[in-house]
Ligand binder design. Structure first.
Ligand SMILES: [Zn+2]
Length: 139
């Protein structure tokens, strides 16, 4: 892995911080890759790289056909903020085929969420269907 931004046009950004070299022989150089973008310095460089290499990437990864998710299995826990009620944090267990059920905070959140007091956080989708089964909404 390189520490430098993988977009070969990175120096063409011509940012002040990219200038190096001594008088008479100055040049723009690539930025270092960022922790967040990993291989690139910025979203712009990632986009530029992607536009040039997307076909190569797709050929390497392989193409897949249409994917489906049956509605029967597609449960999720949703957080909503409701300013009208005394308890603003509302949680719902949702399946678009079967409707919506109100949850308590203990049902909607992991013990870790509650400990951290992350009101907006909800259980991952993988726990939504087991919860629906537990509450007698799904089998
Ligand atoms: Zn860059």
């Amino acid at each position: 892995m390189s520490e430098w931004c993988q977009n070969k046009k990175c120096p063409e950004k011509k940012n002040q911080n990219q200038i190096r070299g001594s008088k008479g022989a100055k040049y723009y150089q690539s930025n270092k890759s960022s922790g967040y973008y990993k291989y690139w310095c910025s979203m712009g460089c990632r986009d530029q790289w992607w536009n040039e290499h997307k076909d190569t990437c797709m050929n390497a990864v392989g193409y897949i056909d249409k994917q489906i998710l049956p509605l029967d299995d597609a449960w999720f826990v949703e957080y909503r903020y409701d300013w009208r009620t005394e308890e603003h944090n509302r949680y719902h267990l949702i399946n678009k085929l079967k409707g919506v059920d109100q949850l308590t905070r203990e049902q909607a959140q992991t013990p870790e969420d509650i400990r951290q007091d992350y009101g907006w956080s909800t259980r991952p989708n993988s726990e939504a269907k087991p919860l629906a089964i537990q509450l007698g909404l799904a089998s």
